[in-house]
Ligand binder design. Structure first.
Ligand code: NAD
Length: 356
């Protein structure tokens, strides 16, 4: 395992993204998003996505230097088209606009359609948190074959459809940021495990016949296996709601097979943003928030070494550790990044020198 400094990895990502066609500002936004995902412990949405982006750009499924387009503003409702541009750029700009609207109205609904992979949804929840606002995100993933089996089925019908709920913290308590795939693990975590020659835990994956397996490679060859939705029938229901809210209500379309699948990773996101200070007394809310989080975290740990955490804690812990000790990357994941760089004209030596 290699442990690579976050700043170096950010330079590597920016260099490859620029060669892939992005102007400097876009390359910086996407690189920052990817490396923050690594720092938060979500390698599935980190720099390891670059080889996939190189492929998607070469196929015309992802379009560098494409800004988000506002389709409609109707009071507190904002609707955007990501136009297949880098989702990290289009989603963050659309979120800024929705946050500004929420500051005026107290409540905003933002829809982003047709964005290429928007990455770690938590980063958009963090935008709301920085503005002192709460946000609730429903996301679906279309343009490719489904990868998640619905509860009780054998064959995939959903993608990993993430949800995120972000609530700002107080002076004494950190924010709560629930950010998760509705599959037991995201596809990227299976890819990271496969690249590192590791098995995944039980009840995460089924093979092409719908039987349980621990082998992540079944997701990357035909006949294809599938991921399992989290929480049995409940998670399967939440995955469906992502399709219904982001895909149907938001208007971006769903994974149903009449819709064209061109082989990109298209995210549609429906977000509700609200200002808690327009609802209740801030001092009371802060005290109640502190007391509740303390109460939850003070539950005696089942395993003495693992104190109870709340959503957002694992990412803060990983961030501090990885900033200090470097981001772990398997040799094969690093080799794939080098190959992706070479494919767009970045010399292997240039990248190797950057980490040595
Ligand atoms: P995860 O399972 O690692 O964590 C899910 C949530 O649980 C997080 O909020 C985390 O803080 C919390 N958590 C984890 N361990 C905990 C513990 N011990 N105690 C209390 N809380 C805990 O996340 P995931 O499902 O693997 O998703 C990883 C990333 O993938 C997310 O950032 C998600 O947005 C992203 N994703 C994106 C897409 C896309 O299409 N763009 C699709 C799927 C997933």
């Amino acid at each position: 395992m290699l442990f690579i400094n976050a700043d170096y990895l950010r330079h590597v990502a920016e260099k490859i993204l620029k060669k892939l066609g992005s102007e400097a500002e876009e390359a910086a936004i996407v690189a920052e998003h990817l490396i923050t995902a690594n720092l938060c412990g979500h390698d599935s949405h980190g720099i390891g996505m670059l080889p996939i982006y190189v492929e998607k750009v070469s196929l015309g499924r992802l379009k560098p230097n494409t800004p988000v387009k506002c389709l409609k503003e109707d009071g507190s409702i904002l609707i955007f088209d990501g136009q297949r541009g880098y989702g990290q750029r289009t989603a963050s700009v659309a979120m800024d606009a929705a946050i500004a609207r929420c500051k005026e109205t107290g409540l905003a609904l933002m829809v982003l359609r047709n964005a290429h992979h928007i990455g770690r949804i938590g980063s958009y929840g963090e935008q709301s948190i920085r503005a002192g606002l709460i946000s609730i995100h429903f996301v679906n993933v279309v343009d490719h074959d489904p990868v998640v089996v619905p509860f009780g089925g054998r064959h995939a019908r959903f993608s990993t459809n993430p949800i995120c709920i972000a609530i700002p913290g107080t002076d004494s308590t950190a924010p709560v940021l629930l950010d998760m795939a509705t599959s037991t693990i995201p596809l990227g975590k299976a890819r990271v495990a496969m690249n590192a020659n590791k098995k995944v835990e039980d009840n995460r994956i089924v093979d092409a016949d719908g039987n349980p397996t621990n082998d992540p490679s079944v997701l990357f060859h035909t006949p294809m296996g599938a991921l399992v939705a989290f929480g049995l029938h409940k998670g399967s229901g939440v995955a469906l709601l992502c399709e219904l809210l982001a895909g149907v209500v938001g208007g971006g379309g769903t994974i149903q097979p009449e819709n064209e699948r061109m082989g990109g990773i298209i995210n549609n996101m429906l977000v509700l943003i609200l200002n808690p200070r327009r609802i209740g007394d801030s001092d009371w809310m802060n005290r109640e928030f502190d007391a509740l989080i303390n109460y939850v975290k003070n539950s005696p740990p089942y395993h003495l070494d693992n104190p109870v955490m709340v959503p957002g804690d694992p990412e803060r812990k990983a961030y501090a550790e990885r900033l200090k000790n470097g981001i772990p990357l398997s040799r094969s994941a690093w080799d794939r990044i080098i190959q992706a760089g070479e494919a767009v004209g970045v010399l292997k030596g240039e990248l190797e020198n950057m980490i040595s």
